[in-house]
Ligand binder design. Structure first.
Ligand code: ZN
Length: 408
């Protein structure tokens, strides 16, 4: 019987046939002896992260895969990112992504990623703690030009539009309510006042004076997007009864894990890019199994290489993952080993797609189907059939003998 589980999510792993690979996908074309060996010992199948015909974003796909009802717990990326940046959220808070930008006197955006050289910290610390008509603002720096913003106060709503037009050389947008409630109207008003006050403060910063003197664009505007209300989220332990650690390099996935109350480790050499130290990640994951019931490992670069339209790079990275996976060849019998992806990122599309992804549940006692490879087309013939993201945690709990009985 399994007592512990490892879940590996290879971001954007799924793909479509590539001409230069004789019509095979990067996963099919790659030399992956370790994953293929696991597949022979696994219950394999195809997984639709959010269901058929849904093209998932990574954050929502992860919540579904980790066993959270997305209708209840996914209110946008804002709360996940803010938690990841260390802001303790309370029920009713509204969280948003902030992007430092540079605007001219006509409020036209000249640089959508201002301050990325120095990082956003010296700029956004001046905005942290502002209060506008009883609403408190918490602002914490994120990577490069990014920041997390949390609004705390009475009668707030996340039904507000983005001030970020998402393109350069466009004027900034006024935040508007996106429903008819007075809460949305109030939140939009307060947010517009906060953005105007922030602009005034940022304009006057010494740091921006220096940038102007150097002929550089100042970081004088905080664009907002992805408003989401925090409604409270049960921890992974409360939700599934399993203590859990997260092994990830990319900050969004660490944020998701923090949001779900997992233990989040800082891994030396885990960069979230193709140069990441996978062996270090896997060794630390194996160490976590000593104390934790569940270890979630996230591997980012397969998705980035798909978005770059780089099948050769994606294939090489998959081979790098497979090589490091030799560390999982001799797992104890009580460890269930699961590999899947959060969505497909076909090189041809350079974007996420709704194509299902392969999944395998490997370990002693699963109904193995003796497939000879782990891939998009072999796993269709696996013993698991087709499942959705929300089926994964129940299946893991079932294999661990922890699923509650339905009925009496
Ligand atoms: Zn993803």
């Amino acid at each position: 019987m399994f007592k512990r589980a490892i879940l590996v999510i290879i971001d954007g792993l799924g793909d479509r046939p590539i001409d230069e690979f004789a019509g095979l996908t990067p996963l099919e074309f790659a030399d992956t002896p370790n994953m293929d060996k696991f597949a022979r010992l696994s219950e394999c199948g195809m997984m639709y992260p959010l269901g058929r015909g849904k093209r998932p974003a990574s954050d929502i796909a992860h919540l579904a895969i980790l066993g959270y009802d997305i209708e209840t717990y996914y209110t946008g990326r804002g709360p996940i990112e803010a938690t990841g940046l260390g802001i303790e959220m309370k029920e009713g808070d509204i969280a948003l992504r902030g992007n430092l930008a540079s605007v001219d006197n006509e409020m036209v955006i000249k640089d959508r990623r201002a301050g990325r050289g120095s990082g956003s910290a010296p700029f956004v610390k001046e905005l942290d703690g502002l209060e506008i008509e009883g609403v408190h603002f918490f602002v914490k720096p994120g990577a490069a030009h990014r920041a997390g913003i949390v609004m705390r106060g009475k009668n707030l709503s996340d039904a507000v539009s983005d001030s970020d037009p998402n393109e350069p050389n466009k004027p900034v947008q006024t935040v508007s309510p996106t429903d008819d409630s007075k809460e949305a109207k109030f939140t939009a008003e307060i947010l517009n006042k906060f953005i105007a006050t922030s602009h005034e403060i940022l304009q006057g910063l010494k740091l921006n004076e220096f940038l102007r003197q150097d002929g550089k664009l100042p970081a004088n505007y905080l664009l907002t997007r992805w408003a989401g209300k925090y409604n409270g989220v049960p921890t992974f332990k409360e939700q599934h009864g399993l203590s859990a650690s997260c092994i990830a390099g990319a900050w969004l996935y660490k944020g998701i894990a923090k949001y779900l109350g997992m233990r989040v480790l800082n891994i030396p050499g885990a960069t979230g890019m193709a140069n990441t130290d996978l062996e270090m990640k896997f060794k630390i994951a194996l160490g976590q199994l000593e104390t934790q019931d569940f270890v979630f490992i996230h591997i980012k670069a397969a998705d980035s290489l798909g978005k770059d339209g780089n099948p050769q790079g994606k294939k090489a990275f998959i081979e790098k993952i497979d090589h490091a996976m030799k560390l999982f060849q001799r797992l104890p019998d009580d460890v269930l080993f699961v590999i899947t992806a959060d969505h497909s990122t076909p090189c041809e599309l350079r974007a996420h797609s709704a194509d299902p992804v392969p999944i395998m549940f490997c370990g002693k006692g699963v109904r193995a189907g003796k497939l000879d490879a782990f891939s998009e087309r072999t796993c269709i013939n696996g013993t698991l059939g087709r499942i959705e993201g929300k089926d994964i945690m129940p299946h893991i709990l079932n294999l661990m003998g922890r699923l509650p009985l339905t009925g009496s």
